[in-house]
Design a protein around this ligand. Structure first.
Ligand code: PTJ
Length: 252
């Protein structure tokens, strides 16, 4: 039990959610390590949704609203950290949910599906692990498997906590890739069309809120997309880390 008065209570609560997800067989061991990396970047970013992240969220909202076949890719970490938020995002955006993992096999995928259903997703609407698989070219990991009616056929794919190879492969197939990645220096961040440098536990609900606000407002969508430059936005995120360090550094 984490006391609410603990100065790092929120960060510890997020850790507990992952450890709990690991105990339930949803999160891969490697997912705990990946979380550690994200946690370190979140600390450097000030543990809040930056202006650059908000710009990316607006562009992502517009992109999802204009998609013909948007799909949200769900892995173990995402299911453990924000199953209710991702389920809400699917409803609000009209995107399909596809369970797509890097590690492990079908048993873990099934547990992730159960987690999503527990969070309100329709049991028969979740893709991945149905045996209706196609292979993405250009990658060798288990993530090359994609549902034929899901990521394989999608025009826009949202990939929270993704690896760089699959991001590149999806982009090479002509899909628009939106990622969440706390590390603005990662290959995923560089290869995505829109990178949201924010923690999924904060940014996911914000994305759903903005989609609701922008729905039907084509001018606002065009503005959010037209003014967005991913490379510049990533540089702004790195700049935010620089200035946070400068303020807190030994000479500050
Ligand atoms: O469930 P699986 O089998 O699909 O495995 C999922 C992991 C996360 C283990 C797998 O995708 C992986 O190995 O990811 P990477 O390559 O370690 O990349 C994870 C990226 O996500 C890193 O750049 C982290 O900084 C970032 N990250 C970690 N936690 C969060 C995050 N980004 C946003 N929100 C987080 N909570």
């Amino acid at each position: 039990m984490i006391p609410a008065s603990h100065p790092r209570a929120e960060s510890l609560r997020i850790r507990e959610a992952l450890v709990g997800g690991f105990a339930r067989g949803i999160v891969a061991r490697e997912g705990l390590i990946a979380h550690g990396r994200g946690e370190a970047f979140d600390y450097l970013l000030g543990e809040k949704t930056t202006r650059a992240a908000k710009r990316a969220i607006r562009a992502a909202a517009a992109c999802m609203l204009q998609a013909r076949r948007p799909v949200i890719s769900v892995n173990g970490n995402v299911a453990a950290l924000c199953a209710p938020q991702i389920t809400r995002l699917a409803v609000v955006s009209g995107a399909a949910l596809e369970v797509n993992t890097f590690y492990g096999g079908n048993a873990r995928k099934k547990r992730i599906i159960t987690e999503l259903v527990g969070a309100g997703a329709p049991a028969d609407g979740i893709l991945g692990g149905r045996g209706r698989d196609a292979r993405l070219s250009g990658i060798d990991s288990p993530r090359r498997v994609a549902d034929v009616d899901g990521i394989y056929a999608a025009d826009v794919v949202l990939v929270p906590l993704e690896d760089g190879d699959r991001t590149g492969a999806l982009a090479a197939m002509g899909k628009k890739v939106i990622s969440f990645d706390l590390n603005p220096l990662s290959r995923t961040a560089a290869k995505s069309h829109i990178t949201i440098v924010d923690n999924v536990v904060r940014g996911m609900d914000m994305l759903a809120d903005i989609i609701d606000i922008m729905r039907g407002d084509r001018r606002r969508q065009a503005r959010a997309l037209g003014s967005f430059d991913n490379a510049k936005n990533l540089a702004d995120s790195v700049g935010q880390i620089y200035s946070n360090l400068a303020r807190r550094g030994p000479d500050a």
